[in-house]
Write a protein that binds this ligand. Structure first.
Ligand code: M6R
Length: 606
């Protein structure tokens, strides 16, 4: 998704802006641009495609300036091309923008009537002309306030001004924005990750805030223009995790890291000596919660679907799962005895954040499970459970998915035990099994050769199905999502028992179908459903666990066996071959695995 960088310094800024834009590349984008102030003029360089091309263009003209803004754009209004790339500039100002201006059509009409000419199809250009217009009769601060009052929608902005050689304005409504502090220079960034390469001291803007950044001073204001103070936070430095190392892709690295990230997360939450779960800061009493609502998007939503099965099996709580983009517009019945749990790797997903914000406004009990602990969702939740995965750069979520499931499972055990739904013996046994999870995940990674030959059938197929029951059903959804987003193969995840109510009609000779059926309480039923698709010509890849028990089915095309463990933990293991299936299918098709087309790592628009 779009990313913003701004720097005001005593030094030349263009190469530092380009390097920071490279750090934002993982978010997914389709064009890039930069504007600097030099000698009383705004100079702009933009291009379609990658930051590498922008870098070449910038070095050709030797772009000078001590103040500048840069942007990577993920198209919303207007095609991904050079004209629509940011920054957008008039003679007076230059603007970079993340988010969407919902009333841009009305504003554009108003500005066109005033004589302003538009070059692009973007919603952003209205901001350029609004500020230009207000600056004719107002000082800088009032012009910004007036412009912000006119805008509807969600946005983060970076603005530079022809007549202000040392200054950047940042503004936030909805989309995240941070300020970084350096020696004789200060920064603006949509992402703490991009700022990390320059500083570890940052402040976050809250919704409605704006700021004026000079190289030696930063002033923050609220939406009414009152000066406000901001805390300066210190970021942790784990820069080495942002490198690919010897791996071809971040996704390959992140899949292989899973035994380590599971181990780290288990170590954070489990007290091995006392066989206990370390969640001590729970701010609510056990009788204050009688239901749970899990809210998320995409892969994070799938982790919530699995958690529903765990919560229902191990506690007596009512559990509902919702897609954030649906929840935020529904006529919800907010319940004070419900715990609202928001799950997000990035912690910046616009829909998930909006759902959290809605719950906070209704004074609900909110908690979040996130990877990025400095994120907006983490900051605005009453309680935060980090998944301790380290940075996930590949757009496809892999190690974060396992981390989300793990923290949800741990939370479920703890709540079940505190409520006495789960007895001490069972609780202790389940904690013990978690200690071996990292090893089990590690053993499930060695399916490389088998999967590489299997994926040929998927890359040639028109489409594929993924089937499962119980907590293997969300895993089926996750397997299908991964194959779609990485290998651009149409795939559907379905509850195995539901096939006969429609989708069975899709099955034809040679169609690849993945059946996820570890030997759990659903196993026999799933195997029967598998036979139904085999009978209609499907090529079945069965994912099950190692066992001496024979599988009563003929004509299974391929079988992948994961380690044997207790039922609750199967989802952690059955996921791994599906991640690899999508990875190798995309590799075979020659696609950009870490940055699949049209997608973004952090989805900051709704
Ligand atoms: O950062 P989040 O976990 O909130 O992101 C949610 C989804 O956008 C994300 O999981 C998406 O579905 C992944 N690209 C799937 O691999």
């Amino acid at each position: 998704m779009c990313g913003i960088i701004g720097i005001t310094s005593t030094k030349q800024v263009s190469s530092t802006i380009i390097n920071s834009l490279k750090k934002l590349e993982y978010r997914g984008y389709d064009s890039a641009g930069i504007a600097t102030l030099y000698d009383g003029f705004i100079n702009e360089v933009k291009c379609e495609g990658r930051v590498d091309s922008l870098e070449k263009n910038v070095s050709k003209i030797n772009l000078l300036g001590n103040v500048g803004i840069g942007h990577v754009r993920w198209a919303t209004h207007g095609k991904p091309n050079t004209v629509n790339a940011h920054p957008h500039s008039s003679e007076t100002v230059s603007v970079v923008h993340n988010g969407i201006i919902e009333n841009s059509t009305i504003l554009k009409k108003f500005l066109v009537e005033k004589g302003y000419k538009f070059k692009s199809q973007t919603d952003t250009e209205v901001i350029v002309h609004l500020v230009t217009d207000y600056l004719k009769d107002n000082n800088l601060k009032d012009s910004i306030l007036k412009m912000l009052k006119k805008l509807q929608g969600s946005f983060a902005l970076g603005i530079i001004f022809k007549d202000q050689p040392d200054l950047i304005v940042g503004a936030r409504r909805g989309s995240p924005l941070a300020v970084g502090y350096g020696p004789n220079e200060n920064y603006l960034g949509s992402d703490s990750y991009a700022l990390k390469s320059m500083t570890n001291k940052i402040s976050y803007l809250d919704d409605g805030d704006f700021c004026i950044i000079k190289k030696d001073q930063v002033d923050f204001f609220d939406s009414k223009g009152n000066k406000i103070n901001k805390k300066v936070l210190k970021l942790s430095s784990n820069e080495q995790n942002y490198e690919k190392g010897d791996y071809k892709h971040f996704m390959a690295k992140e899949i292989e890291e899973q035994p380590t990230t599971i181990k780290n997360c288990v170590n954070e939450y489990i007290d091995k000596i006392n066989n206990e779960i370390n969640i001590l800061n729970f701010p609510w009493k056990k009788n204050e919660i009688s239901s749970i609502k899990l809210i998320a998007c995409g892969t994070a939503y799938h982790s919530c679907l699995i958690a529903k099965y765990w919560f229902e099996q191990l506690t007596l709580l009512d559990v509902e799962v919702d897609i954030a983009s649906e929840f935020r517009y529904r006529r919800n019945r907010f319940k004070t005895d419900c715990l609202y749990i928001f799950v997000s790797q990035s912690g910046e997903t616009a829909d998930t954040y909006a759902a959290l914000d809605l719950c906070n406004k209704h004074k609900m009990k909110t908690c979040s499970i996130v990877n990025v602990v400095e994120s907006s969702i983490a900051r605005d939740s009453k309680l935060v459970f980090p998944i301790h995965c380290g940075p996930e750069i590949g757009v496809a979520s892999t190690k974060a998915f396992l981390g989300q499931m793990l923290v949800l499972y741990i939370l479920c055990l703890k709540i079940g035990y505190l409520r006495k739904d789960l007895d001490k013996k069972k609780y202790n046994l389940k904690i013990k099994s978690l200690l071996s999870l990292s090893k089990l995940v590690s053993n499930s990674l060695s399916t490389e050769n088998q999967i590489q030959s299997i994926c040929n059938s998927f890359t040639k197929a028109k489409g594929a199905m993924f089937l499962g029951r119980g907590y293997s059903f969300p895993i089926a959804l996750e397997g299908a999502l991964k194959l779609k987003e990485l290998a651009y193969i149409h795939a559907e995840g379905y509850p195995a028992g539901e096939m006969k109510h429609g989708p069975l009609a899709l099955i034809e000779d040679g169609m690849p179908v993945v059946v996820i059926a570890p030997r759990d309480e659903y196993y026999k039923k799933t195997i029967s459903n598998m036979q139904e698709v085999i009978a209609r010509g499907a090529k079945v890849l069965l994912i099950t666990n190692k066992s001496d028990e024979e599988i009563y089915s003929e004509n299974i095309w391929e079988k992948i066996e994961i380690e044997n463990t207790e039922e609750d933990l199967f989802p952690f293991l059955t996921t791994i071959p599906l991640q690899k299936l999508a990875y190798y299918s995309a590799l075979k098709k020659g696609y950009d695995i870490d940055k699949p087309r049209n997608l973004a790592k952090s989805v900051t628009v709704e």
